[in-house]
Design a protein. Structure first.
Lengths: 270, 201
């Protein structure tokens, strides 16, 4: 069996894919890669389906080695150049430092860990799927490989584009303008679930709302007035008003923000 | 019902209440729209998340075409869950309700509950229909560990922890049923709209 040996696991590296689809009404988060564009790019470089299982390494630095055969690996979103290498059995590869918060490591054939409810992703909120990587562990590699292909990568810089949230009518007027007018700092409480932002307090004027489904990109406003930007591993439901929603294209780069980074929002479509 | 875009790859359908939310959720799941990754009913809404913005227009049109009044409604499943009223917060709940522990138990077990929605954790049901007298605020500081099967109260909702986890709900008892198991199909014992009764043992 061809496999990838985890010679050294980074501080938080998980297996991710396109997410656990179709069980949210039973309380199961979708989860999956937080930067879907980079998941797609990494898989394209080794000829996998766009949503094949990959490693999502927080900040990079893991060491991997091929076992039982050669393994072709694409390492994407590092601070140096992205790389495709074919590892000989026993040959170690040190994953570079992340350009942002997450590096993606795709393996030709995909990681073939046991799927749970149709997905191989680690759900960091509920613990479904394979646990975070540990040093010494062996990751099976799938045998079905394809031809590498190109995908368009929308880099993008500047403010994160937002659409108005669904609960604006419950909030004081001008709150969306205040969100868009301010600069926000990503706090250390940033993970796959959400970026918690710090900046001028935006008083929502209400405590909670009747719970309802959340979406990736939702900018929620709890009573302390500090926005929470939800990412791929968001909870199924939320109980605070959502003032804005970051567009799908821009959420990928938002997810790559490290603690200490500053973010701005820009409105579209209103 | 109204259907509105929720960002650029989700829809938010607002409805009159839980029964409509459950009917719409069932209809949307049956329709198996292309690109749908999540359908989440709640008190007055159903939120549909899509894989990408290109699915938004077709999903919007289809959702808007559903006539909730005319959708076939499945007969709700009834679950009778064996419960032991041995929770560490039972006395507190009774005291705040101004009733004896026996009376608090009687009132909780007399409830005819509806699974409003599932959230917080896979398979965790928010059950509506709690005796208003038993409504109790959750703990200011959540417990580090609440066991699988723990039945709790938070405000006017009662719920069941499917797995060991931290939790702030007032724990009144424990059920023996397994609420969530990934090897089962479907993995959750309870679905939105199902009915629940607690049977003391």
């Amino acid at each position: 069996m061809t496999a990838l040996r985890v010679v050294r696991a980074g501080p938080r590296t998980t297996v991710q894919d396109g997410g656990r689809i179709g069980f949210a009404h039973l309380g199961v988060p979708v989860a999956g890669a937080v930067d879907v564009a980079t998941l797609r790019a990494a898989n394209a470089k080794v000829g996998n389906d766009w949503d094949a299982a990959v490693l999502e390494s927080t900040l990079g630095g893991d060491v991997l080695a091929a076992e039982g055969g050669c393994v072709t690996v694409a390492v994407v979103a590092t601070a140096s150049d992205d790389d495709v290498v074919t590892l000989q059995p026993g040959q170690p590869l040190r994953i570079g430092r992340a350009a942002g918060a997450y590096v993606y490591v795709a393996v030709a054939g995909g990681l073939d860990v046991e799927p749970v409810l149709g997905s191989r992703c680690n759900d960091s909120l509920s613990g479904l799927g394979p646990p975070p990587l540990s040093t010494g562990q062996l990751l099976p590699v799938g045998s079905t490989t394809g031809t590498p292909y190109d995908v368009e990568r929308l880099g993008g810089t500047g403010p994160l584009r937002v659409l108005p949230g669904p609960h604006l009518e419950l909030l004081p007027t001008g709150l969306l303008d205040a969100l868009v007018g301010a600069e926000w700092t990503v706090t250390p409480r940033a993970d796959r679930v959400a970026l918690r932002l710090a900046g001028p307090a935006l008083d929502p004027g209400i405590g909670g709302i009747a719970s309802e489904g959340l979406v990736p990109g939702a900018v929620q406003l709890p009573p302390d007035g500090q926005p929470v930007l939800f990412l791929a591993n968001h909870p199924v439901t939320g109980g605070y008003p959502v003032v804005a929603v970051v567009t799908a294209d821009d959420l990928d780069r938002a997810a790559q923000s490290r603690p200490g980074a500053t973010l701005r929002f820009a409105p579209i479509g209103h | 019902m109204t259907v509105a875009a929720y960002g650029d790859r989700a829809l938010r359908c607002t409805v009159d209440g839980l029964a409509d939310a459950h009917a719409l959720c069932d209809a949307l799941l049956r329709a198996a729209l292309p690109g749908v990754v999540a359908v989440v009913p709640a008190w007055r809404s159903v939120v549909v998340t899509l894989a990408a913005p290109e699915h938004q227009e077709a999903a919007h049109a289809l959702a808007a075409s559903i006539d909730i009044g005319a959708t076939s409604r499945r007969t709700p499943r009834m679950h009778e869950l064996a419960i032991r009223y041995d929770g560490p917060d039972l006395h507190e709940v009774a005291m705040q309700a101004g009733v004896s522990v026996d009376e608090a138990v009687r009132r909780h077990a007399a409830g005819d509950y509806v699974v409003a929605f599932l959230g917080f954790a896979p398979g965790f049901p928010y059950l509506s229909g709690l005796d208003p007298r038993l409504a109790t605020a959750r703990h200011a500081t959540p417990r580090q560990a609440v066991g699988a099967g723990a039945v709790g109260i938070a405000d006017d909702i009662t719920g069941i922890y499917p797995a060991d986890s931290p939790g702030g709900w007032q724990i009144v008892g424990h059920v023996t049923a397994t609420l969530f198991d990934v090897r089962r199909d479907p993995p959750a014992l309870l679905a939105p709209g199902d009915r629940v009764r607690f049977v003391p043992t």
